[in-house]
Ligand binder design. Structure first.
Ligand SMILES: C[S@@+](CC[C@H](N)C(=O)[O-])C[C@H]1O[C@@H](n2cnc3c(N)ncnc32)[C@H](O)[C@@H]1O
Length: 376
């Protein structure tokens, strides 16, 4: 079912409330559509057809919790209805994209996050560096704060017949926030499950098999630690083992002077850890009890683009999981201003978030509509 509203036509809030399917609005009063959508409980996406810059201009400021998108590559594909990506010069493409990001910043709540997936392009033999040119334009001219640059390792590349360079298998995903403090981040929602400690013959053994026996021997035999330092080290080791047995931490490593190297640097000027090692003779690396956070290289296979009538961007649902779970509050609204076939919206729906997709192409919005509704 496609639900459209003509420009200035009376929208039917009740109709929106009652239906569980996503709705496509063409030439409508997008701000009213958004307000109505905000006030109902559905997690079916709201789809707005038009040029992103123009549609975003209709949306109220600070009305969106989270934005994730993959704009077109520069110079690679012509989409229905035009749009960005086919500018003769990449500078013009960047300028157009940066203008859209300005609107994204306006509609995002102060505690909101913006995740931007960008692939690079060549101009002749020259790799342009589009992702970082855009990222720096956003930090330098719009005041966005860049929190992470994730490398999306697509593991396998597309067809590449070039004989004079390496294959390209990565893209960037930038995480921007509006304000350095107070942005929403739920790190616990994305932690890997920690292993659990075991008790074997009355001794506690951490999830990765650390029992303290080896550290105890190293302290005993150490020629670098003074007797008083050894006493302190034994005591601290016993304390941390009891923290493991109560589940206060899930695992640990002990760094002992003369046995292990300081984690980042041996210089006490740049590393507080190195200073601790020099002054006290040991320190601990404690693992978070709820597991470790994901790092900034993600190995995720692209969507299978074979046997699809429409071009599906190689932007898989899995790519949206960490961003949504960590930075979109439950009950929040997700935005994708280049929603294409709606991967961001599908992921949002699966994770119980409301979402809004904008695209210049009716065909893509219809595909999004069908895709989202097939989840019901
Ligand atoms: C790389 S695709 C996005 C793919 C999407 N992540 C998915 O899951 O299918 C880029 C999309 O941007 C749309 N587009 C390009 N320029 C646009 C503009 N100025 N306003 C709105 N949509 C635009 C295209 O129609 C296309 O669907």
């Amino acid at each position: 079912m496609t639900f459209t509203a003509q420009k200035n036509a009376q929208l039917r809030p009740q109709a929106i409330q009652d239906q569980e399917l996503s709705s496509i609005f063409i030439d409508a009063d997008f701000d009213i559509a958004l307000r109505t959508y905000q006030s109902n409980k559905t997690v079916s996406p709201l789809l707005l057809k038009g040029d992103s810059l123009a549609v975003l201009a209709h949306l109220p400021s600070e009305s969106i919790d989270f934005c994730m998108t993959s704009p077109p590559y520069w110079g690679k594909r012509e989409y229905d209805g035009g749009g960005i990506g086919l500018e003769p010069h990449y500078q013009e493409f960047i300028k157009n994209l940066v203008s859209i990001c300005h609107e994204i910043k306006r509609v995002l709540r102060p505690e909101g996050s913006f995740w931007l997936n960008l692939g690079d392009s060549y101009q002749g033999k020259n790799l342009i560096g589009i992702p970082w040119r855009v990222a720096l334009a956003l930090t330098d001219s719009q005041g966005w704060i860049l929190r992470n640059s994730v490398v999306w390792n697509k593991v396998k590349g597309g067809m590449d017949n070039s004989k004079d360079r390496l294959g390209n298998v990565h893209e960037n995903i930038f995480h921007f926030v509006k304000s350095a403090r107070g942005y929403f981040y739920n790190a616990d929602a994305i932690r890997a499950n920690p292993g659990t400690a075991r008790i074997v013959n009355g001794a506690v053994i951490s999830a990765t098999g650390v029992s303290g026996v080896r550290y105890r021997r190293q302290i005993e035999l150490s020629t670098e630690l003074k007797p008083a330092e050894k006493q302190l080290a034994f005591k601290a080791l016993n304390n941390i083992l009891s923290e493991i047995s109560t589940g206060a931490i899930s695992d640990f490593r002990m760094i002992i002077r003369g046995q292990q190297r300081a984690t980042h640097s041996d210089s006490s000027l740049v590393s507080g850890r190195a200073k601790e090692l020099i002054e006290k003779g040991f320190y601990f690396l404690k693992y978070h009890p709820k597991g470790s956070k994901p790092a900034d290289v993600w190995d995720i296979l692209p969507e299978d683009t074979q046997n699809r009538s429409l071009h599906f961007s190689p932007y898989p649902i899995d790519l949206c999981r960490i961003p949504i779970l960590a930075t979109c509050p439950e009950g929040g609204i997700v935005l994708d201003p280049f929603c294409g076939t709606g991967t961001t919206l599908v992921a949002s729906r699966m994770l119980g978030r409301k979402s809004i997709g904008i695209d210049i192409s009716s065909r893509y919005l219809e595909a999004t509509h069908d895709r989202c509704n097939s989840l019901i």
